[in-house]
Design a protein around this ligand. Structure first.
Ligand code: SAM
Length: 113
């Protein structure tokens, strides 16, 4: 059993430093999909349910943010602090550019309604 587990590639085996975040963005988020709408709705609802009082009262961390703003946008209305936890250099550069180059791209504005 432990041998079988060792043969399954883990995150540490993925070549994240060679990842192309813009290609990922265009592939997965270039066009809005109903499953992403559902995911965003459910995430926002779960975050609201986690609140202990109305308004912003959650300290939120998104682990493995990658080239997606969906979890951050879903969390924004309830967050006192929002942390994107990402370690791949290409994704960090992409994220930095994405959040400091207004206006928000139409693909993200779609989720901010
Ligand atoms: C499958 S992608 C998910 C991207 C995005 N959250 C989404 O749902 O579209 C996984 C992300 O986790 C990041 N990652 C993997 N291991 C990590 C670690 N130990 N610490 C922080 N980020 C990590 C990768 O760089 C990659 O951006």
């Amino acid at each position: 059993m432990s041998h079988a587990l060792k043969t399954v590639p883990g995150t540490e085996d993925a070549p994240w430093q060679e990842f192309d975040p813009e290609a990922y963005f265009q592939h997965y988020y270039g066009e809005p999909h109903p499953d992403d709408d559902t995911l965003t709705y459910l995430a926002a609802r779960a975050l609201r349910a986690a609140q202990t009082r109305p308004g912003r009262d959650l300290d939120i961390i998104d682990v493995g943010t990658g080239p997606s703003l969906i979890p951050l946008l879903a969390a924004l209305p309830v967050a006192t602090r929002l942390t994107a936890w990402e370690y791949a250099a290409p994704n960090l550069r992409w994220l930095q550019n994405e959040i400091t180059s207004p206006p928000l791209r139409p693909q993200w504005q779609h989720f901010w309604r």
